[in-house]
Design a protein around this ligand. Structure first.
Ligand code: PAF
Length: 283
């Protein structure tokens, strides 16, 4: 596995690969890799000549009271995992390589951000969009791979690619789960033993909601109520949001129909976990 730390060297390498006619698949990450990240690589390896992974904990997407400093990091372990997964090029820049100067531009994501994590984490998607514009221009991928656990991120990247005409195809990859259903996340390490045993109930709660919809419930509030009760009964987590929206536009719904997302965020003592289910309902 090649490791590149400079943006210029990475871009030159990408341009060289392009000239040679190779396709590039790209999995952006913030490291502390788990099966979910490796699944992105596995798919990229199947669909591209060269697979690039980036590891960069992007300060711009963390709010002032969020966990940027405490975000779990283990670069040496990540390098081994990336290599074993078959990553061809690991882009591992320092902060000064990505943000060398005070930027002259600010990206403001207007749509698809006033709901879900965008509402609870103001500015988060501006930071995500900024880093992705930079990474797309440095790595020049043909295909980009994003996990569906961060479904709102997938929706925002979909708009980003379309709005700015990036010649890139977005490939959403299904959420990777532990055996008990808990969505894999770098933040799961922050859960206490008790919280870890409660955390699978988030997905179970979503499944309860999904079952109610499949049985014919069309009122979003009723479904949200079912999920809320289930989570309050089975966990000590504090519900940040439970929402049902259209997908990928993330519009609020009077009645459940078409392609929808049921999404939630729940705060435990040191970890805020998110999860979702996407459904197509045609009555
Ligand atoms: O999903 C993440 O890990 C991050 O938001 C991303 C896409 C790597 C941008 O920093």
């Amino acid at each position: 596995m090649e490791i590149i730390t400079s943006s210029k060297a990475m871009q030159e390498r990408a341009l060289q690969l392009k000239k040679q006619g190779y396709s590039i698949g790209f999995a952006p990450t913030m490291g502390f890799l788990h099966e979910g990240h490796l699944k992105l690589v596995t798919q990229s390896l199947q669909e591209n000549d060269v697979s690039v992974m980036s590891i960069f904990v992007n300060p711009l997407q963390f709010g002032p009271n969020e966990d940027f400093e405490a975000y779990p990091r283990d670069v040496e372990r990540d390098k081994k995992l990336a290599e074993n997964a078959g990553v061809n090029i690991l882009f591992l820049p320092e902060r000064t390589e990505i943000y060398p100067n005070e930027p002259s531009f600010e990206i403001n994501v207007k749509n698809r951000t006033g709901v879900l994590c965008g509402r609870s984490r103001p500015g988060h998607f501006n930071g995500v969009a900024t880093i992705l514009i930079k990474l797309f221009n440095i790595i020049l991928p043909d295909h980009v791979y994003f996990g569906m656990k961060d479904a709102q991120q997938v929706a925002v990247v979909d708009s980003l690619i379309k709005d700015f005409n990036f010649p890139i195809e977005l490939i959403p990859v299904e959420t990777e789960r532990e055996e008990d259903g808990l969505a894999r996340s770098s933040r799961n390490v922050y859960l206490s033993d008790e919280e870890r045993s409660q955390a699978p109930h988030l997905y179970k709660g979503l499944q309860k909601g999904s079952e109610a919809i499949k049985k014919g419930e069309v009122n979003p509030s009723s479904v949200i109520h079912i999920i809320e009760n289930y989570i309050k009964t089975n966990t000590n987590g504090k519900i940040d949001y439970i929402e049902i929206l259209s997908f990928p536009n993330l519009d609020t719904l009077e009645q459940i129909h078409g392609k929808i997302i049921i999404a939630l965020a729940v705060k435990f003592s040191k970890a805020r976990l998110i999860d979702n289910i996407i459904l197509e309902i045609h009555s």
